[in-house]
Design a binder for this molecule. Structure first.
Ligand code: BTN
Length: 265
C-alpha cells in the first residue's frame, strides 16, 4: 500500500478544523468510491479519505467510466451528511467550489462550473465529481464525495470515445504540478466550506459561490436525464441545488441530468 503520494507533504499543508480524517493511500485500486463503500459496509467510525494514484475501473456519473491513469488525482472523502438528507446533492456543489479553488490556486484562470458538479476551464472538463449516499439504516448514513482531477495527464492520452472535451492542469500550465499540494488545497477548501455550512446552518454561502462561478446560468442548455431531453435557458440555481430551465413549454426544475452548454444562436 505504499504510494506515489507523499503523505507527510500532504499532512504538512492540511489545515483542517471540521474534518477529522483517517487517510488511506493506494498505488492502484478499482475505484476509490467502491473502496469507500466497502469500508462503510465493514464499519467506519470517522471521516475517511481514500486516495489512489490510479484506478482500474474509475467510475463517473450515469455509469460512465472515469479515465484514471497515473498522473491524475483520484480521491473519495467519506463523511456524515451535515444538516440532514439535503446535504447529499448540495455537497456536490460544495465540492465543485472547492475543486475550483484548488485548481485556481495552481494558477489556472477561466474556471467555470457546469451544473451540477463539473469543473471546466472555458469549455473543457478538468474535473468531475461523483457523490453517493450510502444508507445503512435511516439514521446511519454516509456521503461519499468522489473527486477526479485531470492533473498531470496530457490530453493526447485520453481515449477518443470520451463524451466531453477534456483538459488537464498539465495541458494548461505546460508543467507538472504537485498532487500533494492540489489535494491539500481542495481538502482545505472543502473543510472551510463545511465550516461555513455548519456555522450558518445553511448552504447559502456555498450556493452563492457556485452561482458566481457558474458557466451554466444564463446559458442555453440541453439536458438529458436518461429518459427525456429538454432544451432551454438555464435561469436559476434554486436553494435545493436544482436548476430552473426556461423552455418553450414553461419553466422546468431539473434535479438530475447531463447538461450540455449550447451556443445561443
Ligand atoms: C463524472 O464527472 O462523471 C464524475 C467523475 C468522478 C471520478 C472520481 S475519481 C475518484 C472517485 N472514484 C471513482 O471511481 N470516481 C470518482
Amino acid at each position: 500500500m505504499n504510494s506515489m503520494l507523499d503523505l507527510n507533504l500532504t499532512n504538512k499543508c492540511l489545515k483542517l478544523s471540521v474534518l477529522q480524517l483517517q487517510v488511506e493511500v493506494f498505488n492502484e485500486i478499482d475505484s476509490t468510491n467502491l473502496e469507500a463503500k466497502r469500508r462503510i459496509t465493514k464499519g467506519i467510525e470517522q471521516d475517511l479519505l481514500i486516495v489512489s494514484s490510479r484506478q482500474t475501473t474509475g467510475r463517473g456519473r450515469n455509469n460512465r467510466t472515469w479515465f484514471s491513469p497515473e498522473g491524475g488525482l483520484y480521491f473519495s472523502l467519506v463523511l456524515r451528511p451535515r444538516l440532514g438528507p439535503q446535504f447529499a446533492p448540495l455537497s456536490s456543489l460544495l465540492c465543485a467550489c472547492a475543486v475550483a479553488e484548488g485548481v485556481q490556486s495552481l494558477g489556472i484562470e477561466n474556471i467555470v462550473l457546469k451544473w451540477p458538479n463539473d469543473v471546466l476551464v472555458l469549455e473543457d472538463k478538468i474535473s468531475g465529481i461523483l457523490n453517493e449516499l450510502v444508507t445503512i439504516t435511516p439514521v446511519d448514513n454516509w456521503v461519499i464525495l468522489g473527486i477526479g482531477i485531470n492533473q498531470n495527464i496530457s490530453v493526447s492520452e485520453f481515449p477518443e470515445d470520451i463524451s466531453y472535451n477534456a483538459t488537464s492542469v498539465k495541458e494548461i500550465l505546460g508543467k507538472h504540478t504537485s498532487p500533494e499540494l492540489l489535494l491539500c488545497s481542495v481538502l482545505n477548501s472543502i473543510d472551510r466550506l463545511l465550516g461555513v455550512v455548519e456555522s450558518e446552518k445553511s448552504f447559502s454561502t456555498v450556493l452563492k459561490q457556485w452561482r458566481e462561478m457558474s458557466g451554466t446560468l444564463g446559458r442555453k442548455v440541453r439536458i438529458d436525464d436518461g429518459t427525456q431531453t429538454i432544451i432551454g435557458i438555464a435561469s436559476e440555481l434554486l436553494d435545493d441545488g436544482s436548476l430552473a430551465v426556461i423552455t418553450e413549454d414553461g419553466t422546468v426544475n431539473v434535479t438530475i441530468g447531463d447538461v450540455t452548454h449550447l451556443r445561443s444562436d
